[in-house]
Design a protein around this ligand. Structure first.
Ligand SMILES: [Zn+2]
Length: 264
C-alpha cells in the first residue's frame, strides 16, 4: 500500500515533507513526523501516548474505544481558536503538552512560532482525507528516507547544537566542578560560538532541503565549531561526542567527493 500510484498520495507525501521541513528549520533537528493507525483506537497517530486516546503500549493492557472520524475532525479543527485548525496545527499543537513547554522557555517560543506558521499553511489534506488514507485504507504517511550523507550530517548537527543545551543544563545547577577539578559556579559559553553552531546547523538544514551549494559551508562551519569547542576543554561538552561529530562530517565529505568524482 506504500506505493500508492494515485495523485492523492502525493498530497500526503507533500504535506509530510512540508510539515517536516517547517519543524527542521525551527528546531534544527530531524523531524520525526509520520502518521499511522494507533494500536489502541485505530485513529491517525504520530506518537505514543496517542494524542487521541492516550494509548501507550508499554503501559499494559488498556482497551480503548475506537476513535471516530468526528472525534478526529474536532481534534484537528480545535487545534486553533475558532475551529480553524489544520493537520499541521494539530500536530505542532501537541507539543504544548510536553514538559519542556513552560512559560518563558525557548522551547515554548519555538513551538508557538511553529503553530503560527502552521496556521498559515494551505493545501494540507483535511481531517477526512487523512482519516480515509490512514484509518480506512491503512496507509502510513511518512517522508522518504534520506541518503547516508544526510544521516551523518544530522548526527553532526545534533552533537554540535546540543552541546550548548548541555552547557545550559550545567549552568542551571548551583555549582559544578570545572574541567581542572576546581569548583566553579558558572559555565563559560562563548556567545559567538553558539551563534556559529546555529548558523552551521541552519546551513545543514538548507543543504538537506535541497540547496546543493549549502553542503560545503555547512560542513566547514560545523567543523570549525567542533575544533573551537575542543579547544575549550569544557566539561559540558564530552570530547568523545565532538570526535564522533567530526567523524560524521568527514564521512559527509567523503561521500560527496566520491559522488562528484568522474566515473572511471
Ligand atoms: Zn489512539
Amino acid at each position: 500500500m506504500d506505493d500508492f500510484p494515485d495523485h492523492t498520495a502525493d498530497l500526503f507525501d507533500q504535506a509530510a515533507e512540508r510539515i517536516g521541513r517547517v519543524y527542521e528549520q525551527a528546531m534544527l533537528t530531524r523531524s520525526p513526523f509520520h502518521l499511522s493507525p494507533c494500536g489502541g483506537c485505530g485513529g491517525p497517530a504520530f506518537q505514543q501516548p496517542c494524542s487521541l486516546c492516550g494509548y501507550y503500549p508499554m503501559g499494559g493492557p488498556d482497551p480503548r474505544q475506537p476513535a471516530t472520524l468526528d472525534q478526529f475532525r474536532r481534534s484537528v479543527e480545535n487545534s486553533m481558536p475558532g475551529g480553524t485548525g489544520n493537520l499541521a496545527t494539530w500536530y505542532f499543537g501537541n507539543f504544548r503538552k510536553t514538559v519542556a513547554y513552560k512559560p518563558h522557555s525557548s522551547y515554548k517560543a519555538k513551538v508557538d512560532d511553529l503553530i503560527a506558521e502552521a496556521a498559515r499553511m494551505t493545501d494540507l489534506p483535511n481531517a477526512d482525507a487523512v482519516w480515509q488514507h490512514v484509518v480506512v485504507e491503512g496507509n502510513r504517511i511518512r517522508r522518504p528516507g534520506v541518503p547516508a550523507e544526510a544521516l551523518f550530517l544530522w548526527s553532526a548537527v545534533f552533537e554540535t547544537v546540543h552541546a550548548f543545551d548541555r552547557a545550559d543544563e550545567d549552568m542551571s545547577r548551583p555549582s559544578y566542578y570545572g574541567s581542572n577539578g576546581s569548583y566553579s559556579t558558572s559555565v563559560y559559553v562563548p556567545t559567538g560560538l553558539r551563534d556559529k553552531a546555529k548558523e552551521g546547523a541552519r546551513l545543514a538544514v538548507q543543504a538537506m532541503h535541497g540547496d546543493d551549494d549549502a553542503w560545503e559551508p555547512a560542513v566547514d562551519t560545523l567543523s570549525k565549531v567542533i575544533s573551537e569547542l575542543k579547544s575549550l576543554r569544557a566539561r559540558w561538552v564530552p570530547e568523545g561526542n565532538l570526535n564522533s561529530a567530526q567523524g560524521n562530517l568527514d564521512k559527509v565529505r567523503e561521500i560527496r567527493a566520491e559522488a562528484a568524482a568522474p566515473a572511471p
